[in-house]
Design a protein around this ligand. Structure first.
Ligand SMILES: Cc1cc2nc3c(=O)[nH]c(=O)nc-3n(C[C@H](O)[C@H](O)[C@H](O)COP(=O)(O)OP(=O)(O)OC[C@H]3O[C@@H](n4cnc5c(N)ncnc54)[C@H](O)[C@@H]3O)c2cc1C
Length: 353
């Protein structure tokens, strides 16, 4: 049985932030991660041309002070999302798409220079070697006299303190706890929306930004769909050109080829057949990801119960922390919430030493 004073469950942004702060305070820890990669809901895919496409978190704002401070500390810059002056807007299926002027934006969105994954890699690089155990699916947590035992599919760990960073509903639905989770926590967590858990992202990489030659910005908003919004996702400095957007989540049951064709049909309306000259098509169908999403048994509102105070109440003698983006008191569900809550938990653990 392996022992770690602090066991962090999940190597997404929140778990890695806690780990980074514990490392700075010389507190030993281990991270158990179910997937064979780190990053959780931050995932940048790179096709054979090297064009990076964000399948998970992409944008942040200046108001997101926790993540901005962390990025600055790690020496990572941000860059404004290119929107252009005009967007394609499709209001109704009965009327043709229009070109509309975009109003000046006083609170623009920013992207992380070098991709969102560069933040994940910068944090992981600062942790001790072997701190992260990949492909370890936590299945059961037992409270014992002087700590916890944590069972994965093939290993048992022991720890004095536990930090879960799973989306709260996923924790309740997939991890057994002995004694069982407190009833009030279980009820709220089961009704807590996992931010973007149902979403589908789609992206095409292209050899050239052909839409710009037509005087178009790549920005589109459509009430008709199936793509509701799309943006220029290029990195001009690196010579990477791409369009990326959100496909309506109801299309999760189609095949990848079917989804690709549906998106192309829509884009041909605006850009013509040049959309078919794509180098690669990438997609992220998050509701099919068992380590992010578990279906709801009743419909939940976006962000429902995100940031609920019950997640920050002491549990099992203040040795068990319910973390992750959805549990943050500010900007829950977002990258900023993940960082904020990750840091808050690290401060609490450090104070207990
Ligand atoms: C498509 C999409 C777009 C988004 N866009 C934005 C955006 O533009 N801006 C923004 O701020 N936020 C965005 N978000 C939200 C953002 O991704 C999250 O807020 C943030 O990444 C959450 O980090 P986390 O560490 O709290 O959770 P997660 O990233 O979900 O990490 C939890 C980790 O736990 C692991 N895990 C799950 N079950 C187990 C288990 N049983 N045992 C061990 N490990 C387990 C998972 O594999 C995962 O690595 C987006 C999310 C998605 C999906």
């Amino acid at each position: 049985m392996s022992f770690a004073p602090v066991l962090i469950i999940g190597a997404g942004l929140s778990g890695l932030t806690t780990a980074y702060r514990l490392q700075q305070a010389n507190i030993p820890f281990a991270i158990l991660e179910a997937r064979d990669r780190i990053g959780g809901r931050i995932l940048t895919v790179r096709n054979e041309t090297g064009t990076p496409i964000e399948m998970g978190a992409t944008w942040l704002g200046k108001k997101h002070t926790a993540i901005n401070a962390l990025l600055a500390e790690l020496g990572i810059e941000i860059t404004e999302q290119y929107m252009g002056k005009q967007a394609i807007y499709e209001a109704l299926s009965t009327s043709p798409p229009q070109l509309v002027q975009l109003p000046p934006n006083n609170a623009p969105s920013y992207r992380i220079v070098g991709t969102s994954t560069s933040l994940i890699e910068a944090l992981a690089k600062r942790l001790s070697k072997d701190a992260i155990c990949l492909s370890q699916v936590v299945q059961k947590i037992e409270k014992i006299d002087d700590g916890f035992t944590v069972h994965t599919q093939d290993t048992t760990f022991r720890a004095n303190a536990i930090v879960s960073t799973l989306p709260p509903r996923l924790l309740m639905q997939t991890v057994e706890c002995a004694p069982s989770w407190p009833e009030a926590l279980r009820t709220i967590a089961n009704q807590t929306h996992t931010w973007m858990g149902e979403s589908i992202k789609v992206g095409f990489s292209y050899p050239t930004p052909f839409w710009r030659a037509k005087g178009l910005s790549g920005t589109l908003f459509s009430n008709v769909g199936p793509v509701g919004e799309m943006y220029d996702h290029s990195d001009d400095g690196q010579g990477y050109y791409a369009l990326k957007g959100f496909l309506n989540g109801v299309y999760h049951s189609l095949t990848k080829a079917e989804r690709c064709e549906l998106v192309l049909q829509q884009l041909r309306k605006y850009y013509g057949n040049q959309v078919d000259q794509y180098t690669t098509y990438e997609e992220g169908v998050w509701r099919l990801e068992p380590y992010t999403f578990t279906d709801y048994d009743q419909s939940l509102l976006p962000h429902q119960n995100n940031g609920h105070a019950i997640f920050r109440q002491p549990l099992f003698g203040e040795r068990f922390f319910i973390g992750g983006a959805e549990t943050a008191s500010e900007f829950p569900g977002y990258m900023d919430g993940a960082v904020r809550r990750g840091e808050e938990i690290a401060v609490a653990i450090i104070a207990q030493q």
